[in-house]
Design a protein around this ligand. Structure first.
Ligand SMILES: NC(=O)c1ccc[n+]([C@@H]2O[C@H](COP(=O)([O-])OP(=O)(O)OC[C@H]3O[C@@H](n4cnc5c(N)ncnc54)[C@H](O)[C@@H]3O)[C@@H](O)[C@H]2O)c1
Length: 369
């Protein structure tokens, strides 16, 4: 990236995806307003289950090409359980975007904020600060329905393929080690744990073998391995000991929700999906049909995903003001919790989507003087 004008494609999607994306855009606007030297230019694309119900298409024509040409993609949530294909699966064009754009590194931070609900009684739960790094283009999702790779034998049997390739796994592990180094510079633990099922599956033994091969290039990072079932247990027993957890796609899908639950719920679960040439940013949660239209959605996951987008654009372009804007959002969330100015309904508080967004915008404006 050699520009300071960044084209952002926005896909709000379904259900609360629309509300939380609007919240993220409002906060991005506040964070970027006083920072000079760059501009974010948005263009909105239609897509998702409601769009499919109306048009029979999952995304607007040319949407994939436009997403490919953008500097970053901001997405809300896609899918409604009531809208399904004939094979029983849901509308999920974002999975195709991950594959087309090769967004192999799904980064899902899990951090305990002060005064946010603690699901574990142990005091050390306030120290939880880890990242689930979910491979996002292959694994068991290689044969997700949208890719049409399942082997369907009449109405008797369905076989899915779990793919682990050397090329993607090397890039993923390298990404994980570099992420741990970056976090270490900011006071992180400098550890990467390979989460797999290498005791049973050849694909997973291969995943682990490549982990050890790549680890040799990062001697400053501590390594360990954990089977995914033991990892689920350890996330309840001692989550504060982990830093970066790297894993296959399906394991990451499940483990990241579990980890999000430890620090309050899906409303704080932000996510970046990054490849060598593209980045997509979206909360890890879905369209939350149970709370659609009630102003109950916690927008923080989308807001923090927006901050991750600014950080990514900074990494790619070197424009310092972007990093500054990202930090202003993270600082506002941290301070909002510390000073009890953020009290989402999701956490039993009195603030809906609109009020949480306003509180963050006010905190950013005040810190900017
Ligand atoms: N990446 C995506 O776009 C994505 C991810 C997961 C699910 N989905 C889709 O979303 C739909 C609903 O799926 P689901 O119910 O399994 O998962 P979900 O994440 O939408 O909801 C799970 C639970 O978490 C709550 N929740 C989620 N986000 C919240 C927020 N921001 N604030 C407060 N509470 C929140 C919901 O109310 C619900 O109780 C399905 O159609 C599914 O396919 C999409």
């Amino acid at each position: 990236m050699t520009t300071n004008r960044f084209n952002i494609v926005v896909i709000k999607g379904d259900g609360i995806g629309v509300d939380v994306t609007n919240a993220a855009l409002e906060v991005l606007e506040a964070a970027c307003r006083r920072r000079r030297g760059f501009a974010l230019v948005y263009s909105e694309l239609s897509g998702g289950a409601a769009y499919y119900r109306e048009t029979g298409r999952e995304m607007a024509p040319d949407a994939e090409k436009k997403a490919e040409a953008a500097d970053a993609i901001l997405l809300g949530a896609i899918g409604l359980p009531s809208v399904r294909h004939a094979n029983g699966t849901e509308v999920s064009p974002h999975l195709r975007l991950r594959e087309i754009l090769q967004l192999y590194a799904g980064i899902r931070p899990v951090k305990a904020y002060p005064n946010a609900p603690k699901m574990l009684a142990d005091d050390r739960a306030s120290e939880i600060d880890l990242v689930v790094l979910r491979e996002s283009t292959e694994g068991l999702f290689y044969s997700a329905a949208i890719h049409n790779r399942s082997v369907v034998i009449g109405d008797e049997e369905v076989r899915e393929t779990l793919k682990i390739s050397r090329a993607t796994t090397e890039r993923l592990h390298d990404f994980g080690f570099r992420l741990a180094q970056k976090r270490k510079q900011r006071g992180g633990k400098g550890k990467v744990t390979c989460v797999d099922k290498a005791n049973v599956f050849q694909s997973m033994a291969f995943f682990r073998k490549i982990f050890h091969e790549r680890a040799r290039f990062y001697p400053d990072i501590e390594t360990s391995c954990n089977y995914v079932d033991a990892q689920a247990l350890d996330l309840i027993r001692r989550p504060w000991e982990f830093d970066v957890l790297v894993m296959e796609n399906m394991f990451g899908d499940i483990i990241s929700d579990l980890a999000g639950g430890l620090v309050g719920g899906m409303g704080i679960a932000c996510c970046a999906e990054i490849g060598d040439d593209h980045g997509l940013f979206q909360p890890a949660h879905g369209s939350a049909p149970d709370i659609i239209g009630q102003d109950k959605a916690n927008p923080l996951a989308a807001i923090l995903s927006g901050a991750m987008m600014l950080d990514y654009l900074h990494d790619r372009s070197g424009v310092e003001a972007l990093a500054d804007a990202a930090l202003s959002i993270e600082a506002a969330v941290q301070r909002g919790f510390s000073e009890k100015r953020i009290r989402p309904v999701e956490y039993g508080g009195d603030q809906g989507t609109v009020a949480v967004t306003k509180a963050i915008v006010d905190l950013i404006r005040r810190s900017d003087g």
